[in-house]
Design a protein around this ligand. Structure first.
Ligand SMILES: Cc1cc2nc3c(=O)[nH]c(=O)nc-3n(C[C@H](O)[C@H](O)[C@H](O)COP(=O)(O)OP(=O)(O)OC[C@H]3O[C@@H](n4cnc5c(N)ncnc54)[C@H](O)[C@@H]3O)c2cc1C
Length: 429
C-alpha cells in the first residue's frame, strides 16, 4: 500500500457550514472517501436551509429547529467533524508535502490536505446616514431572521429597502402579519437583474393588490431615528416614509477574503471552472461565493445564488477533490415564494431579446418564456408549475420550443415538447 503524504493524512477541510459545505461533505462520503473531513462554520448552528428564513420562519409557520439539514447524530455517524462558532481568519495552502493550515478565531490551527471554500456571501449594507440604528435589519442568517421576526411582532410600519427576491418575500411575510408595508426599489422595476419586465410589472401589481405599497425609481437617502431607534426613512426625492422597522435586502457580496489571502483568482466571486476547481490545485469552491461558467452553455461567467447551484457545485467539488471530474450540463433552477405567489424559474434569461407571454397575468397563473433569436433561454412561471417543468426539460434536452407556438396558452407546452422532440429524433435518423 502506498504511504500517505503528510498532506493526505491531514484530510479535507471545508470552510463554511452552509448548504454547499454540507453537500461537499455528504458527497465525499457518498463517493467512498473515508478520510478525515472537517466541516467548519462561524455560525452557532449546524447547517440549515436558508430559503425559509424570508418565508415560513418570518410568518411563524416554521421554527428554527425545523430548518436543520442534518441532525447531530448524522455527523457523528458519518465521521464528519463539525466545528461551529469559529471563523477562519488566516489561511495557508498546502506546499508540497507540507499540509495547509487554517487558523480560527479561537486560535486553533487546523491542518488540511484538500480544501473546499464554501463561504457564501454577506449582505450588502445600507450605506446611508443614520443606517446603524436599532430596527434596521438584514436577512441572511438564522440569527438575523429570528431577530427580524421578533421585531416584526412589535412593529406596525415596515419599509423594505430593495425590491429583489428577499425583499419581496419579507414584504409578503410582513403583510401576512398585517403590517403596513412599503417596498422601495431604486431601479424602475422589481427584481431587475433576474426577471424580465413583464414579470416585474406583474409582481408590482400583485403586491400592491395585496396591500403593499411599491415605490420605484428612488433610493433611500438617510434613515431617521429617535433615541437610537428607527422612525422612518428619507427617500432621494425628499419624501419621508415613517417606519418602526426597516428590512434591507439590497443584494450580497461574495465572501472572497480568504481566497484573496491565498492568491486564488477572484472576479466578482471566487473563479471556478465547470468542475468547481479554483485556480489552485487541490482547492475547490462552490455556492454563493463563486463565479462559474454558465452551467448550460459554458459561455461566459455567472454568479448564482440558489439551493440548486449550492447542491450541484457541492457535489462537483467533492468529485473534483477525489480527482473524478465529471460535469454534465445542468439547467439552473430557482424558486421564490412571496405569500401565495409562487415563482419558479428554469434557465438564465440574461441576454434575452424576446419575452413570450403565455396566459393572462390577471389570472395570476401564467408564464414568460425568454428567447434570444430562436433560442429558448429560460422561463419564469407564476403559479404555473407545468410550464416550468416542461421548459426545464426542454432546456435539459436541448429541444427547441417554437416561440410562436408557445405564445398560444391554449396549447399545453408538454404537447409542443413532445412534437419538437419527435421532429428532432426523426431529423437525426
Ligand atoms: C433569506 C434567504 C432566502 C433564500 N431563498 C431562496 C429560495 O427561495 N430559493 C433558492 O433557490 N435559494 C434561496 N436562497 C439562496 C440559497 O439559500 C443560497 O444560495 C444558499 O444557501 C447558498 O449556500 P452556500 O453554502 O453557498 O452559502 P451559505 O449558506 O451562506 O453558507 C456559507 C457559510 O459559511 C460561513 N462562513 C463564511 N466565511 C467563513 C469563515 N471565514 N469561517 C467560518 N465560516 C465562514 C457563513 O457564516 C455561512 O454559514 C435564499 C437565501 C437567503 C439568505
Amino acid at each position: 500500500m502506498a504511504e500517505k503524504s503528510g498532506s493526505e493524512d491531514a484530510g479535507t477541510l471545508i470552510i463554511g457550514a452552509g448548504q454547499t459545505g454540507l453537500q461537499v461533505a455528504c458527497s465525499l462520503r457518498d463517493l467512498g472517501d473515508a478520510r478525515k473531513i472537517t466541516l467548519l462554520g462561524e455560525e452557532p448552528h449546524a447547517p440549515y436551509s436558508r430559503p425559509a428564513l424570508s418565508k415560513e420562519l418570518l410568518t411563524g409557520e416554521a421554527e428554527p429547529e425545523s430548518l436543520s439539514l442534518r441532525n447531530k447524530d448524522w455527523f457523528i455517524q458519518s465521521g464528519i467533524d463539525l466545528v461551529l462558532r469559529e471563523q477562519v481568519v488566516n489561511l495557508r495552502l498546502p506546499d508540497g508535502e507540507a499540509p495547509g493550515c487554517a487558523t480560527t478565531s479561537a486560535g486553533r490551527d487546523l491542518p488540511f490536505g484538500r480544501l473546499a471554500l464554501t463561504v457564501g456571501a454577506a449582505p450588502r449594507r445600507l450605506d446611508v446616514p443614520g443606517a446603524a440604528v436599532a430596527g434596521v435589519c438584514y436577512l441572511r442568517d438564522l440569527n438575523q431572521a429570528v431577530e427580524l421576526r421578533r421585531r416584526l411582532g412589535g412593529s406596525r410600519r415596515v419599509v423594505v429597502v430593495g425590491g429583489g427576491f428577499i425583499g419581496l418575500e419579507a414584504a409578503a411575510a410582513a403583510r401576512a402579519l398585517g403590517k403596513d408595508v412599503t417596498v422601495v426599489e431604486v431601479e424602475d422595476r422589481l427584481i431587475p437583474r433576474a426577471i424580465g419586465p413583464a414579470m416585474s410589472e406583474f409582481l408590482r401589481a400583485a403586491h400592491q393588490r395585496r396591500g403593499t405599497t411599491v415605490v420605484l425609481s428612488t433610493g433611500v437617502a438617510a434613515v431617521d431615528s429617535s433615541a437610537g431607534r428607527v422612525t422612518g426613512v428619507f427617500l432621494r426625492d425628499g419624501a419621508r416614509l415613517p417606519a418602526d422597522l426597516v428590512v434591507v435586502g439590497v443584494g450580497v457580496l461574495p465572501r472572497i477574503e480568504l481566497a484573496q489571502q491565498v492568491g486564488l483568482a477572484c472576479d466578482g466571486g471566487i473563479v471556478v471552472d465547470r468542475y468547481a476547481r479554483t485556480s489552485a490545485a487541490g482547492v475547490v469552491a462552490g455556492g454563493d461565493c463563486t463565479v462559474l461558467p454558465h452551467p448550460l452553455t459554458g459561455q461566459g461567467m455567472v454568479r448564482l445564488e440558489s439551493v440548486q447551484n449550492a447542491a450541484t457545485q457541492g457535489a462537483l467539488a467533492a468529485a473534483s477533490l477525489l480527482e473524478r471530474c465529471d460535469a454534465t450540463p445542468v439547467v439552473p433552477w430557482f424558486w421564490s415564494t412571496q405569500g401565495d405567489l409562487r415563482l419558479q424559474i428554469a434557465g438564465l434569461a440574461s441576454g434575452f431579446d424576446r419575452e413570450v407571454l403565455r396566459g393572462n397575468p390577471d389570472t395570476e397563473h401564467f408564464s414568460v418564456l425568454y428567447y434570444r433569436g430562436d433560442q429558448l433561454l429560460a422561463v419564469d412561471a407564476m403559479n404555473s408549475p407545468a410550464d416550468y417543468l416542461v421548459v426545464r426539460k426542454a432546456l435539459a434536452q436541448g429541444v427547441a420550443l417554437s416561440a410562436e407556438l408557445a405564445a398560444d396558452a391554449s396549447t399545453p407546452l408538454k404537447a409542443l415538447l413532445s412534437a419538437a422532440a419527435a421532429a428532432a429524433a426523426a431529423a437525426a435518423r
